[in-house]
Ligand binder design. Structure first.
Ligand SMILES: Cc1cc2nc3c(=O)[nH]c(=O)nc-3n(C[C@H](O)[C@H](O)[C@H](O)COP(=O)(O)O)c2cc1C
Length: 167
């Protein structure tokens, strides 16, 4: 089997669409990513970050981050935060992003999201094969807007969450 078809296997996993945000000193960073539930007690969530990303540098420095679970009317933000590197620009200023202060961590939350989850890094695994590190965050605080709907990333495309499936 070719390497390319093996990569395609990963695209068949539906993923959450979030924008991670973090601040260290006077620098803020944000990137489109996916976040995965790890445990309820304690409440833990994992994120996988390219070691070359600016947001990863800031999270490593600050030891905290926010998971902004964007709503389906914020697709433009997913594209903007996933299409530019914070080494080159401050995406929050460049894209005139509406923010509000976080309650338990430094830095800002994105306004108008389906959910905002504030986390403290409790474990960071750098020595994986490949160019990503995995950070596990303990949830310190969260808020959600039940009136909005999140997005899903599947086969390199964005989808709205659809109808509930029941037997
Ligand atoms: C839907 C989507 C999901 C993404 N998920 C991740 C991810 O989980 N981890 C990652 O390192 N990059 C992910 N990316 C790519 C980053 O968002 C992109 O490289 C970004 O420019 C990094 O920005 P930064 O250098 O300012 O941190 C994703 C992009 C998209 C569009």
């Amino acid at each position: 089997m070719s390497d390319r078809s093996l990569v395609e296997a990963t695209l068949n996993l539906p993923c959450s669409v979030v924008i991670l945000s973090a601040r260290a000193d006077n620098s803020q960073g944000g990137m489109t990513a996916s976040a995965m539930f790890v445990s309820q007690m304690p409440p833990l969530i994992a994120v996988s970050l390219s070691k070359t990303s600016r947001t990863y540098e800031i999270i490593e420095k600050s030891g905290e981050f926010a998971i902004n679970v964007i709503a389906d009317n914020q697709l433009d933000l997913a594209k903007k935060f996933g299409g530019a590197h914070g080494h080159e620009l401050d995406k929050f200023k460049e894209f005139d992003v509406a923010t509000e202060p976080a309650s338990k961590i430094g830095g800002s939350l994105l306004s108008g999201c389906f959910a905002n989850i504030e986390c403290r890094v409790i474990s960071s695994v750098r020595d994986l094969q490949g160019n990503h590190a995995v950070c596990i965050g303990e949830v310190l605080s969260f808020k959600m807007n039940e009136g909005l709907r999140p997005l899903v990333w599947l086969k390199n495309r964005y989808f709205r969450v659809g109808t509930e499936c029941r037997l």
